[in-house]
Ligand binder design. Structure first.
Ligand SMILES: [Fe+2]
Ligand SMILES: [Fe+2]
Length: 377
């Protein structure tokens, strides 16, 4: 009896998952195929998408592929982290002398030896993988089977980042049945977009999307997790809908710490929107990541302790594609080559703009400038 098993977070299921399972079913012709969504601890979850919804998405995407697919909540029943060897163990208990095929992502093949108890997997299962475009041949020293053809280079992380950055499900990566579940349940930041649309002017909302898109591009270049970059980008101006007096009142009411608060209130209260946006990111959208919150707080004035993520947001905010002044193009181009130079240039432009407008210069901005010049020399 041939048994295929396909585990994964399926958060969400994308067309790459469907293509690889479809091909595996055609080639292996299993008697039973178990689709096993991973259990995410509600306390340690990388993504808070409930198991029930990930199972729903798996059913919607995979059910049309064959009648012998078993949608298996084994990991939920176990209620803890399940290693692949335990899945193999479970199938050996469930079936009488099964021939087990473990379908894995191509990227997993190279680190299979680092998985828990790999020898058990190699002994009792054939590892099955699809090749992605640009994938270099792997010399697997265990029983394995490469599915014929090439498979799309897709990842659930990218799909989530896409949805969070633009507020729409990418049709080229997600089938309509899964997209419907995502929309119906407001997953992956669709709720954030609804909030932003309701609280920001259309131009500001569009700007937030453009900043998030540029943050995503720069995160790839500078090796920052794309979801963090997009989160910072899309939420960075959440507090921008408030007037000066409203920002001051909000900061006082919620006891938000702001350097040079009295001076800012007196001379340039609009600067408070960064700190208020970080408050919304934390309390309205549930962001816990300190780097993301700091990046949002610092996106207008900067700080002496900027992380790469903070620098990306600072630069993306001033040079996103919706910015029409000519320096935006220069900074954007520079940012793709040298983030530090782009940051120096962006800080310079901001200071000059403030001086030209006869406005008050916040000491935080001056401190940043001096710090950057010191670092550059
Ligand atoms: Fe801003
Ligand atoms: Fe902005």
């Amino acid at each position: 009896m041939k048994v295929l098993v396909f585990g994964g977070s399926f958060d969400p299921v994308h067309k790459g998952h469907i293509a690889v399972l479809k091909k595996a079913l055609q080639i292996i012709k299993p008697d039973a195929a178990h689709v096993v969504p991973a259990y995410h601890s509600p306390f340690k979850a990388k993504s808070p998408t409930p198991f029930k919804l990930r199972m729903q998405m798996a059913r919607a995407a995979f059910a049309p592929l064959g009648k012998n697919i078993i949608f298996d909540d084994y990991e939920l029943r176990r209620g803890g982290k399940t290693y692949s060897y335990q899945l193999v163990q479970y199938l050996r208990q469930r079936y009488d002398n099964p021939e087990i095929f473990l379908l894995v992502g191509t990227d997993c093949l190279n680190d299979l030896h680092e998985w828990k108890n790999p020898q058990y997997i190699f002994q009792y299962a054939t590892v099955v993988a699809g090749k992605r475009k640009g994938f270099s041949e792997h010399k697997a020293d265990f029983r394995h089977l490469f599915l014929p053809g090439q498979f799309p280079k897709m990842s659930s992380t990218r799909v989530r980042a896409h949805i969070l950055s633009c507020g729409a499900v990418p049709e080229d990566k997600v089938v309509p049945e899964v997209a419907q579940i995502i929309v119906k349940n407001d997953l992956y930041g669709l709720d954030v977009h609804r909030w932003l649309k309701a609280h920001l002017k259309p131009n500001r909302y569009l700007h937030s999307i453009k900043v998030a898109e540029l943050c995503a591009i720069l995160s790839d270049i500078y090796d920052v997790p794309v979801e963090k970059a997009v989160q910072a980008g899309i939420m960075h101006d959440a507090g921008k809908g408030f007037s000066g007096p409203e920002l001051i009142a909000f900061c006082k009411e919620h006891k938000i710490k702001v350097p040079y608060f009295e001076d800012i209130c007196r001379f340039e209260p609009a600067l408070l929107h960064s700190y208020v946006s970080a408050w919304f990111a934390k309390h309205e959208f549930g962001v816990k990541d300190k780097d993301v919150l700091a990046a949002i707080s610092e996106h207008t004035l900067g700080s002496l302790k900027m992380t790469t993520l903070s620098k990306i947001l600072f630069v993306a905010d001033i040079s996103s594609k919706d910015r029409k002044y000519k320096d935006a193009f220069v900074i954007r181009t520079l940012a793709a080559q040298d983030l530090e130079k782009a940051l120096l240039y962006a800080a310079n432009r901001k200071l000059w703009f403030t001086i030209d407008s006869q406005k008050w210069l916040c000491p935080v901005g001056i401190e940043l400038w001096n710090h950057l010049v010191k670092c550059a020399n």
